[in-house]
Design a protein around this ligand. Structure first.
Ligand SMILES: *[C@@H]1O[C@H](CO)[C@@H](O)[C@H](O)[C@H]1NC(C)=O
Ligand SMILES: *[C@@H]1O[C@H](CO)[C@@H](O)[C@H](O)[C@H]1NC(C)=O
Ligand SMILES: *[C@@H]1O[C@H](CO)[C@@H](O)[C@H](O)[C@H]1NC(C)=O
Ligand SMILES: *[C@@H]1O[C@H](CO)[C@@H](O)[C@H](O)[C@H]1NC(C)=O
Ligand SMILES: *[C@@H]1O[C@H](CO)[C@@H](O)[C@H](O)[C@H]1NC(C)=O
Ligand SMILES: *[C@@H]1O[C@H](CO)[C@@H](O)[C@H](O)[C@H]1NC(C)=O
Ligand SMILES: *[C@@H]1O[C@H](CO)[C@@H](O)[C@H](O)[C@H]1NC(C)=O
Ligand SMILES: *[C@@H]1O[C@H](CO)[C@@H](O)[C@H](O)[C@H]1NC(C)=O
Ligand SMILES: *[C@@H]1O[C@H](CO)[C@@H](O)[C@H](O)[C@H]1NC(C)=O
Ligand SMILES: *[C@@H]1O[C@H](CO)[C@@H](O)[C@H](O)[C@H]1NC(C)=O
Ligand SMILES: *[C@@H]1O[C@H](CO)[C@@H](O)[C@H](O)[C@H]1NC(C)=O
Ligand SMILES: *[C@@H]1O[C@H](CO)[C@@H](O)[C@H](O)[C@H]1NC(C)=O
Length: 394
């Protein structure tokens, strides 16, 4: 995953003789790179957040810090959760991909957006938790990808999910009581169950759903989730949701696929439920998000018509961009020429306009914006120069 930027520049100069009739790259959208994905399936809109460089989530117009609480319920034994701003902390790289300090963060520890669950309960039985939600809530189908490093502290749930209401929800939930960074069996292989769920959080807590049924998958990856960032991904189409881990397919859920427009959320929480999070944690626990990328369709008629306007010829070169697969665990930084070890369309010049992208200049402005920048996408499409590492299968 190194020297992508160099690769693009080299390819651009080599191939710049190609004719194109589009005004900017990706104006007809983004397509998943898969032979099994429906042909011609294209998503129109983009959100990309590089939390390694975003300085302050509080002014990031793409995200909203969640502030709400649920009550302590002594009869069930569940603690309450109090989602507060103090538990959502930006900890970007100190030197932005510098060669000398490739991973050093401003606050110490792993760089990225931190969501905390605190061990000290509030007096009314509430566990302090952290959650953020996308500003866009007009998301309707797409491919959603995040890199996260999880807490080794027992008793929390790290969640990456879409939520419209309790029956329109796609969940990736990682329970620190379940995953290990060591072997359960005495061999050297860690064991990390990944809970993939439709339906409500409450139904899981109440054990309404059994693993590996039609709306709940629980594959296990032999990888420690706490030592490195790993990419968690789901591709949502009308007939299925396909889940991936570091670019490798994990599971499909095909029953009761959500269809409604939605927002995307990250949550780090605990409520003591014996059947789910357990906890509360005995020490403060942090999950760290390195990036979020979404390539998706909008339910907003204005956005749909914007797309129709800017997409002049889907068959033209560069008009549809293929989304590069993240095939290996994405490091916090690759100390090569300022290049991150993952790919962002938005860090290249000449990208189509009217995509949601926080620039830092427009806090409070959640309208479309962004002069994002672009790349020659035919080059990505043929995969000439993107040097992905080998997938080590499991
Ligand atoms: C932007 O991209 C389009 C489509 O690839 C291309 O035709 C155009 O020349 C590019 N413009 C610049 C300034 O690079
Ligand atoms: C997304 O929008 C594009 C462009 O309108 C359309 O071709 C595609 O079928 C849509 N995909 C889904 C899953 O709705
Ligand atoms: C949630 O936590 C915040 C910050 O500590 C506090 O101000 C607020 O009162 C708490 N909410 C409840 C319902 O206790
Ligand atoms: C890192 O990048 C961000 C976003 O581009 C910028 O605001 C910040 O000043 C940069 N920090 C350093 C140390 O260069
Ligand atoms: C969720 O929203 C969908 C679509 O509006 C609706 O059909 C469903 O009944 C809602 N579910 C709940 C639990 O409100
Ligand atoms: C977490 O704690 C529970 C309850 O003590 C225990 O059963 C479980 O094995 C622990 N999980 C890990 C990963 O240590
Ligand atoms: C597992 O995580 C614990 C807690 O952070 C740490 O002390 C331990 O060294 C880790 N073990 C391995 C094999 O990484
Ligand atoms: C569900 O299936 C996966 C893949 O076959 C397996 O790894 C996992 O252990 C199963 N989970 C349960 C709880 O049976
Ligand atoms: C960009 O978005 C604005 C506001 O929705 C719209 O007026 C404009 O026509 C769009 N431009 C393109 C090229 O889609
Ligand atoms: C697309 O998938 C093919 C086949 O797996 C691969 O060779 C190519 O590198 C991929 N392209 C991108 C941009 O990820
Ligand atoms: C950085 O780029 C230069 C010029 O393209 C190249 O010579 C050098 O080897 C690169 N450095 C690393 C560490 O990849
Ligand atoms: C919002 O951002 C857009 C694009 O950068 C800009 O044109 C517009 O003036 C901004 N609006 C406000 C209220 O700042």
């Amino acid at each position: 995953m190194r020297s992508q930027r160099i690769g693009y520049l080299a390819s651009a100069s080599v191939l710049s003789g190609l004719i194109s009739s589009v005004a900017a790259d990706c104006e007809c959208g983004y397509s998943v790179n898969s032979t099994s994905f429906p042909q011609h399936e294209v998503f129109t809109d983009l959100i990309e957040s590089d939390f390694l460089t975003i300085q302050d989530i509080a002014v990031d117009t793409d995200w909203k810090i969640q502030r709400y609480w649920t009550p302590y319920d002594p009869s069930s034994g569940y603690y309450g959760e109090n989602f507060t701003a103090a538990n959502v902390v930006s900890n970007p790289l100190k030197y932005n991909y510098s060669l000398e300090h490739p991973t050093e963060s401003q606050l110490g520890g792993s760089a990225g957006l931190q969501l905390w669950v605190r061990s000290e309960l509030q007096s009314n039985g509430l566990i302090p938790c952290g959650q953020v939600k996308s500003a866009r809530d007009d998301i309707q189908y797409g491919s959603f990808r995040t890199a996260m490093k999880l807490t080794p502290v027992n008793g929390t749930c790290s969640a990456f999910f879409s939520y419209y209401n309790d029956t329109q929800e796609i969940d990736v939930e990682l329970l620190s009581r379940q995953y290990t960074n060591y072997s359960l069996s005495g061999s050297d292989v860690p064991s990390s169950p990944i809970n993939l769920v439709f339906h409500s959080v409450q139904s899981i807590i109440d054990d309404y759903q059994l693993p590996n049924t039609s709306t709940y998958g629980r594959p296990v990856v032999p990888v420690a989730l706490t030592n490195e960032y790993h990419e968690y991904r789901f591709d949502w189409t009308p007939d299925r949701v396909s889940f991936y881990f570091d670019g490798k397919w994990l599971w499909d859920l095909i029953t009761d696929v959500p269809s409604w427009r939605t927002a995307i959320l990250f949550s780090h929480w605990s409520n003591g439920a014996a059947g789910w999070t357990q906890g509360p944690p005995t020490e403060d626990a942090v999950m760290t998000i390195s990036y979020f990328k979404a390539y998706f369709n909008s339910s907003d008629p204005q956005r749909m018509s914007d797309y129709e306007t800017r997409c002049k010829d889907p068959s033209a070169a560069n008009s549809i961009c293929i989304i590069p697969d993240q095939k290996v665990a994405p490091g916090a930084a690759a100390p090569q020429n300022g290049s991150a070890s993952t790919f962002f369309f938005s860090q290249h010049s000449n990208m189509t306009s009217n995509q949601t992208l926080y620039t830092g200049e427009n806090s409070g402005n959640s309208s479309s914006c962004a002069k994002v920048a672009g790349i020659p996408l035919w080059a990505v499409g043929v995969g000439v120069f993107l040097v992905f590492g080998q997938w080590i299968g499991f």
